[in-house]
Design a binder for this molecule. Sequence first.
Ligand code: HEC
Ligand code: HEC
Length: 216
Amino acid sequence: MKVIGLRLALPAAVLALVLSAPSRADEMGGPGFSSQELRAKLDYCKTCHGLSGQGYRGYFPMPRLAGQQPKYLENQLRAFYERRRSNPVMANVAHALSPSMVAALAAHFKDLNTNPIGGAPKEPVALGKTIYELGLPEANIPACSACHGPEAKGQGEIPRLAGQLFPYTVKTLGNWSKERGQGPAKDDTSFIMAATTHNLTQAQVAAIAAYVGSLR
Ligand code: HEC
Ligand code: HEC
C-alpha cells in the first residue's frame, strides 16, 4: 500500500483518515498533481478547518468547509489570493494552489457530510429562523432563503450557511465592508451582501448565526 510510506510523518488522527479511505484517495489526482499531493494539501487544510471540514472554534474561528458549494469555495480562494477578501492566513494558503488543485479540493469538501459542531446560543434561534425565511421588509432586509435556499445549502456562488460556526458567521456579517470587496477590483460577488449586512443589527446577526449554525 502506498500510504505506508506516509505513516511516520502523519499524526494519528490524520493517519486514521488516510487509512479509512485509501482506495478512493488513490483514484483522485488530476492535471498537474498526484493523489499524494492532493492528500497532503487536504491534510494541511484540515489542520485548521477540522478533519471532517467541520471548522474549529479557536481564537480565530476557522469556518466549516464541509458541504460548501464548490463555486463559492473557488471564488473565495481567488478573492483571498487577489486580496479582494482580506485575511493574511488564507492569502498565503491560496497563493500556492493551482486551479486544478482548487477544483479537486472544492469537490472533496462538497462531499463531506459532517454534523454541525454546535455551541451556538439556543434562545435567538426562533427569531433567526423568522428573519432567515421572511426577512424584515421594514428594515430593508431580504429573506435569506431567497438566495441561500430553504435549507441554507447554497447554490453556485451563493454559499452554504447550514452548520456554519456561530462565531464565524457573527464575525463575517459584522465585518463585511472591512473584509470583502477590498483591493483594486472591488466589484465582486461580495457586493450582493453589502447592503444587507449594513442593515442588520448585532442582535439580528446573532439570531441568524444561531439559526443557520443549528441546521444540518
Ligand atoms: C493556518 C490555518 C488555515 C489553513 C492551513 C487553511 N485555512 Fe482556510 N481559513 C482559515 C481561516 C482563519 C479562515 C477564515 C478567514 C476569515 O475569517 O475571513 C479561512 C477561510 C477559508 C475559506 C472561506 C470560507 C468561507 O466560508 O467563506 C475557504 C474557502 C478556505 N479557508 C479554504 C481553505 C483550503 C482549501 C485550505 C487548504 C488548501 C485552507 N483553507 C487552509 C485558516 C486556514
Ligand atoms: C440576493 C441574494 C442573497 C440574499 C438575499 C442573501 N445573500 Fe448572503 N450571500 C449571497 C452571496 C452571493 C454571497 C457570497 C458573497 C461573496 O462571494 O463574497 C453571500 C454570502 C453570505 C455569507 C458569507 C458566508 C461565508 O461562509 O463567509 C453570509 C454569512 C450570508 N451571506 C448571510 C446571509 C443572510 C443572513 C441573509 C439574509 C438576511 C442573506 N445572506 C441574504 C447572496 C445573498
